[in-house]
Structures are given as structure tokens and as C-alpha cells.
Design a protein around this ligand. Structure first.
Ligand code: DQA
Length: 137
């Protein structure tokens, strides 16, 4: 199985960004552990702060042979009709992941343009959410 982890804006700052919410581990360190833990899975990781690049990656996911995408679109989750449309327009299943429990935060984070077309949503389990998404796949 080949899985793409796609992280959106500001998630490149994990480890130093609001550690009380997002923890103190960098995603690169966590990703290395994931690869070690799930040796039987081909894991790929891409992060961008640019909405269109995330959309392009979603479009390409099928041609690039990914069986699924684990998507944390960061703040674009709550604003991007374009990313929502991309998720509904592709055949590759997408699991929406959030490190924090977005429902326990500001009201603007309660809206997701992705959830409706996601295969599932995982929120509030810290970085472990990515692991849970891989296990579910
Ligand atoms: C986030 C939650 C979003 O509301 C926020 O904008 C992020 C990270 C999370 O993983 O908890 O950047 O997606």
C-alpha cells in the first residue's frame, strides 16, 4: 500500500509552533518514526503553504499510484472550497486529520470543506492521528 501524507500551511513549523497545542516534535522526526513503524507501507510526505500546490498533489495522487491520502490541510480546511472540490473530484480516498481537537477550539475551526467528502476524520489525538489513519487504511 502506498500512502501520501499531505500537510498544509504552517505545519512545517511543528515542533516550535504553539507546542501546547501541537506538541514539541517536528513532523520530519515523527515521519521517520512512522516509516520505521509501518515498514510494509510505502509512505510519502509533502508539505506546502500554497493552496494550489496541495490541490495539484491531490489531483496527481491517483496517477502517482497512491492508494490513499492522509490530509491535514491546516487552516485551509476551514476556508478552501478549492481543496474541498479537489477531494470530491478525485477517486483516491482521503482521510482528514487534525492534530488538535478542532471542535474544542474557535468557532471558525468548526467548519471543514473537506469532511463531507473524506473517507473519515480524525481530530484531537495529537500526531498519533496520522498513525491511526494509517492503521485504519
Ligand atoms: C490543524 C487545525 C487547524 O485549525 C489549524 O489551522 C492548523 C492545524 C490541526 O492539525 O489541528 O494549522 O489542522
Amino acid at each position: 500500500m502506498k500512502i501520501l501524507i499531505l500537510n498544509g500551511p504552517n505545519l512545517n513549523l511543528l515542533g516550535k509552533r504553539e507546542p501546547e497545542i501541537y506538541g514539541s516534535q517536528t513532523f520530519e522526526d515523527y515521519f521517520t518514526k512512522l516509516q520505521f513503524h509501518f515498514k510494509e507501507v510505502e509512505l510519502d510526505y509533502f508539505q506546502s503553504n500554497i493552496e494550489g500546490e496541495l490541490i495539484d498533489k491531490l489531483h496527481l495522487s491517483e496517477n502517482e499510484g497512491f492508494n490513499a491520502v492522509i490530509l491535514n490541510a491546516g487552516a485551509y480546511t476551514h476556508t478552501s472550497i478549492g481543496i474541498g472540490d479537489a477531494v470530491s473530484g478525485i477517486n483516491t480516498p482521503v482521510i482528514e486529520v487534525h492534530i488538535s481537537n478542532v471542535m474544542d477550539r474557535e468557532e471558525f475551526r468548526h467548519v471543514s470543506y473537506i469532511s463531507k467528502n473524506a473517507a473519515g476524520v480524525i481530530s484531537g489525538f495529537g500526531l498519533k492521528g496520522y498513525e491511526l489513519a494509517i492503521k485504519s487504511l
